[in-house]
Design a protein around this ligand. Structure first.
Ligand SMILES: [Zn+2]
Length: 270
């Protein structure tokens, strides 16, 4: 009883001191992202959890002999990611010190993600089934990098805390079990199971657009990417769309924002 009371007190204490943390994850860029974010977990906790979660994904892929099997494809994805990564400083200076990793998993699934701290994975299915051009692939990777820059996973973990979704999340708050392990499993759940909300999607679309423009990739390819996505996936859905819900105005929002980033793209061609 005493133990339970202490746990409950601890829970409220933790919630109390962390509930109102407002953070500025990125500067607004040419594209102008301003939204305030509220976090209930630290950046460090989330990054540590992501390292562990990503390691597990790599190990599982390795076990299936599905990690970085197509050398040409890996080289292509890494080249594009490595052109985009230096552009992240337009949004946050610390990102250049992140321990970025870029890998490709062989699978028919359509998916890609960038876990907190710059842990990128692109599934071969999305490249092959959508027959992505370099510019379109840059749009996908740029969109994923933008989620990491804006710390959308930290935000989603925070939201899960607030809504007390999932026992493992509650377990972290109450301090039960190995906290780092629980955070890693929460990151995995969030990465593969919890959709981004519409605001997060819009932010990542816009920041992704600017990243690709700055890296010299034609930002209008973001539009053709989403057109292909809707053609190929139709109503069947995909893992990518389940965590990156599309909306009817996504393409028009991208088109409306193109004029803001075209000068950045043009500048790379001079
Ligand atoms: Zn997204």
């Amino acid at each position: 009883m005493k133990h339970a009371l202490r746990l409950i007190t601890c829970l409220f204490f933790l919630l109390g001191i962390t509930a109102c943390s407002t953070v500025q994850t990125t500067s607004s860029g040419a594209i102008g992202i301003q939204r305030k974010q509220y976090m209930m977990v630290s950046e460090q906790e989330v990054e540590n959890g992501a390292i562990e979660s990503y390691q597990k994904e790599l190990a599982a892929a390795e076990k299936k002999k599905a990690l970085n099997v197509d050398e040409q494809q890996v080289t292509r994805v890494r080249k594009i990611a490595n052109n985009l990564i230096p552009q992240t400083t337009a949004f946050r200076a610390d990102a250049k010190n992140w321990k970025w990793e870029v890998n490709v998993q062989k699978t028919d699934e359509l998916n890609a993600y960038c876990m907190p701290g710059g842990k990128i994975m692109v599934y071969s299915g999305i490249i092959e089934k959508l027959k992505l051009t370099d510019d379109e692939l840059a749009a996908i990777v740029g969109h994923e990098i933008a989620h990491a820059l804006r710390e959308h996973t930290r935000e989603r973990v925070s939201r899960a805390y607030a809504e007390q979704l999932g026992l493992s999340v509650l377990a972290i708050v109450t301090g039960a079990g190995n906290e780092a392990m629980k955070m890693a499993s929460t990151i995995t759940q969030v990465t593969f199971g919890l959709p981004h909300n519409r605001e997060q999607e819009t932010e990542s679309d816009r920041i992704g657009l600017e990243l690709m423009a700055r890296a010299g990739y034609n930002p209008s390819a973001a539009v053709t990417l989403w057109q292909k996505m809707s053609q190929v996936t139709g109503n069947a859905g995909s893992d990518f769309l389940s965590t990156h819900p599309s909306s009817t105005n996504r393409i028009s929002d991208l088109q409306a924002n193109l004029p803001k980033v075209m000068p950045l793209y043009d500048a790379t061609k001079q």
